[in-house]
Design a protein around this ligand. Structure first.
Ligand code: ATP
Length: 271
């Protein structure tokens, strides 16, 4: 079977309304939306529009969601691929895939390229990665750098990449004119968790009226947005299994217990 080269979405429905909390990060990416919508306004005095931004933060905190919302807000096509897909790639495929991706994105510009888990491609060069495919990874990284350097001033393609390991990235990626902007996407605090609950309660058909999202937020310290989305979904399934007419407080608490159990298991494997 032939792996898909990359994903392309020309009609992104995600908007900033779907991203709860993350006020600072949203403010920073709003600038990217403006660059994509009105490039002339920004280049009129000779300034150059940035080519790349790096979203840095723990897993499940909404980096992919935020990048997609930028495309949705700017109404531009969203091209995406994941760095981890490169790990099992045959020799020569990585670089040509990057080349194709940029070619397509330029043809459809203004557009966004999103590279998830960029650390899989962008680890510092010349270090062992034990996978035996170092050359292939380096070729892919070099192609990425070449493509970004080759952007003309009016290319109007912005590359957004995400990682939870900014410390392992090759410094060449962060050089001026590449991913020179870093935007932090942290785990949500209690107030943000309340907002994330509110977003993810929306699609649930029936939620008991007394449901207190502030209480739920207090019950879920350390949870990411993805964990909270998971809790809401589990709660709906738990309530449905019981044959209940609405999703209630106890269903959420049971769902939280289940997710906490899952997180503990995951952490046991790591330590
Ligand atoms: P990873 O590093 O694992 O790729 P990520 O930071 O890219 O994770 P997303 O894939 O964007 O995280 O988040 C997964 C899901 O979690 C989202 O599709 C969304 O349902 C939910 N989610 C995460 N953060 C938020 C948020 N701030 N507001 C609303 N939903 C969120």
């Amino acid at each position: 079977s032939k792996a898909k080269l990359f994903d392309q979405n020309t009609d992104v429905k995600t908007s900033f309304k779907d991203v709860a909390g993350l006020e600072g990060a949203k403010e920073e990416v709003q600038e990217i939306v403006d660059f994509l919508k009105q490039p002339e306004k920004y280049t009129s005095l000779g300034g150059k529009i940035p080519k790349g931004a790096l979203l840095v933060g723990p897993p499940g905190t909404g980096k992919t969601l935020l990048a997609k919302a930028v495309a949705g807000e700017a109404k531009v096509p969203f091209f995406s691929l994941s760095g981890s897909d490169f790990v099992e790639m045959f020799v020569g495929v990585g670089a040509s895939r990057v080349r194709d991706l940029f070619k397509q994105a330029k043809e459809k510009s203004p557009s966004i390229i999103f590279i998830d888990e960029i650390d899989a491609i962008g680890r510092a060069r010349g270090k062992n990665n034990f996978s035996g495919s170092n050359d292939e990874r380096e070729n892919t990284l070099n192609q990425l750098l070449t493509e970004m350097d080759g952007f003309g001033t009016n290319t109007n393609v912005i590359v957004v990449a995400a990682t939870n390991r900014a410390d392992v990235l090759d410094k060449a990626l962060m050089r001026a004119g590449r991913f020179d902007r870093q935007i932090y996407v942290d785990l949500p605090d209690v107030r943000e968790r309340k907002e994330i609950f509110e977003v993810h309660l929306r699609p649930l058909k029936k939620v008991a009226e007394e449901l207190d999202t502030e209480f739920l937020a207090k019950q879920t310290p350390g949870f990411s947005g993805a964990d909270i989305a998971n809790v809401c979904n589990e709660a709906a399934l738990i309530a449905a299994r019981k044959g209940n007419k609405a999703v209630g407080k106890q269903d959420f608490l049971d769902a939280v217990d289940r997710i906490v159990g899952g997180l503990e298991k995951k952490n046991k494997i790591i330590t």
